[in-house]
Design a binder for this molecule. Structure first.
Ligand code: EPZ
Length: 433
């Protein structure tokens, strides 16, 4: 087990390259098995969640070839097993995308119930409702979601709640159903569009992704493709906040600035400078920022996956800010850790954080409660006076590739060391002074 040791106080300055979108990659890697031909996918982030999923795909018989750290070639023609269940896949949320992919192609799937970050109740009723509407029988038994169909038939599906996962999953299965499917109240996140573009490049017929009505004409077969995944909106947003929080100057490269608008607007509102280029964004700040109100919402609203990071920044800003979490019910678990660093945050009713900005944090031994909260705590430690350790970094590694290397290259004092290795902590302290 490893942890980060961090000395705060150095502004982040320089350039950072953003990787492929984890949440697009998880769906696209699953969808890649829907053809018997070979699919090449570029810009795959080399993070724990994508690697777990690739291993699961390999275990059911697909051929997975890693051409380099970010390029994967997949051939799904050898799949003989429709049961996806191992101790690793149970830990990732995106295992559910294999239900849509296998159900679409083979009309059957048995996949371990998804795990993922513990950020509140995370039902999959909408996914199941969608599969049933397409004609599948779906149940949950022995810890597995099991779906079978004689055939899938296109239909009209209204999602009661905007769900990224359900939209993508239904879109995948419906791509190989007979006839037309319409998904209403669909999620509009950039990765929904990316998955639709990927499926279309394999011969699917999907229109309207990125709006709240998606129309799909089922096709019998999908074919080979080469595809490059979009940049990760949340990794980029995390570096934007880290630049602002440390009063730094960071050029964040390989991004789609449009996807970052909700974040840019809030940063500018509180006084940071954000400059947009074609495929880069620069964030600078040299003073204490101001307060604001934020409510997380489905895209194009402010992303829930950026809530802990922006709340951390607001905890250092001048005045009282209010952050309302409207997507997940348990996404303020980092507040206790942040309080130990000196933040003044009260959570009311489970989903509203009232943040009284403080002048600064002080270093502490803290623990990452989940992926994005973990990243937020690293940002906090990079600002805090003195040394911090952050453990449970396996959560952070689920979604951030070489996080500590990228931060260190920007001038952050951060190193990954074994847990409980006091000598490594001392060595780090001697090195950074
Ligand atoms: C995806 O989760 C992401 N995960 C999450 O990213 C992200 O926070 C979330 O979308 C929202 O953007 C992956 O892509 C693997 P949802 P997902 O279905 O699909 C409710 C990260 O940090 N709901 O859009 O699980 C649900 O409880 C992770 O990278 C139902 O009620 O999210 C929530 O309140 C964490 N029934 C809301 O909808 C369902 O069947 C939105 O969830 C499905 C969802």
């Amino acid at each position: 087990m490893e942890q980060y040791v961090i000395k705060g106080g150095n502004p982040l300055v320089g350039e950072v390259e953003i990787g492929g979108a984890k949440n697009a990659a998880l769906a696209i890697l699953s969808a890649a098995v829907m053809t018997d031909e070979t699919v090449t996918i570029e810009n795959v982030p080399n993070v724990r969640d994508t690697n777990v999923l690739l291993n699961a795909i390999e275990e059911i018989g697909a051929r997975v070839e890693r051409l380099d750290a970010h390029t994967v070639r997949i051939n799904g023609s050898f799949i003989r097993d429709f049961n996806v269940d191992n101790e690793f896949i149970r830990k990732i949320r995106a295992s559910y995308y294999l239900i849509g992919a296998l159900l679409g192609k083979y009309k059957r799937a048995e996949v371990a119930l998804p795990g993922g970050c513990n950020i509140g109740g995370r039902p999959i009723d909408l996914h199941m409702k969608g599969f049933r509407a397409l004609g599948a029988e779906v149940d949950i038994k022995y810890g597995l979601v099991r779906a079978y169909a004689e055939k899938l038939t296109g239909t009209h599906i209204y999602l009661d709640k905007v769900s990224v996962g359900a939209t993508i999953n239904i879109m995948m299965a419906a791509s190989m159903a007979e006839g037309k499917t319409i998904i209403e109240n669909a999620a509009k996140e950039p990765h929904v569009v990316d998955v639709a573009n990927f499926l279309n490049s394999m011969g699917a017929n999907i229109k309207g992704a990125g709006t709240d009505v998606i129309r799909i004409k089922g096709v019998e077969k999908l074919h080979r493709t080469e595809y490059s995944i979009i940049p990760d909106q949340i990794e980029a947003g995390t570096f934007m906040v880290a630049a602002a929080a440390t009063r730094g100057d960071v050029l964040i490269k390989n991004v789609i600035p449009k996807h970052l608008e909700a974040i840019s607007v809030k940063l500018m509102e509180i006084g940071a400078t954000v400059e947009e280029f074609d495929d880069a964004i620069r964030v600078t700040s040299d003073h204490r920022l101001g307060h604001t109100q934020i409510k997380t919402l489905p895209y194009p609203g402010f992303p829930t996956d950026m809530q802990p990071q922006i709340a951390t920044l607001l905890a250092l800003s001048d005045g009282t800010s209010i952050v309302t979490e409207s997507i997940f019910e348990n996404r303020f678990k980092y507040v206790d850790e942040l309080s130990r660093m000196g933040a003044s945050i009260k959570v009311e009713g489970g989903n509203v954080a009232i943040i009284e900005g403080v002048e600064g944090f002080t270093g502490a031994a803290i623990s990452a409660p989940d992926l994005r909260a973990g990243a937020a705590l690293v940002v906090a430690a990079l600002v805090a006076e003195g040394y911090s350790t952050v453990d449970c970094i396996h959560y952070i590694e689920r979604g951030y590739e070489c996080f500590e290397d990228k931060l260190a290259a920007l001038g952050g004092y951060i190193e990954k060391i074994p847990v409980d290795d006091e000598r490594a902590v001392q060595k780090f302290k001697l090195k950074v002074g």
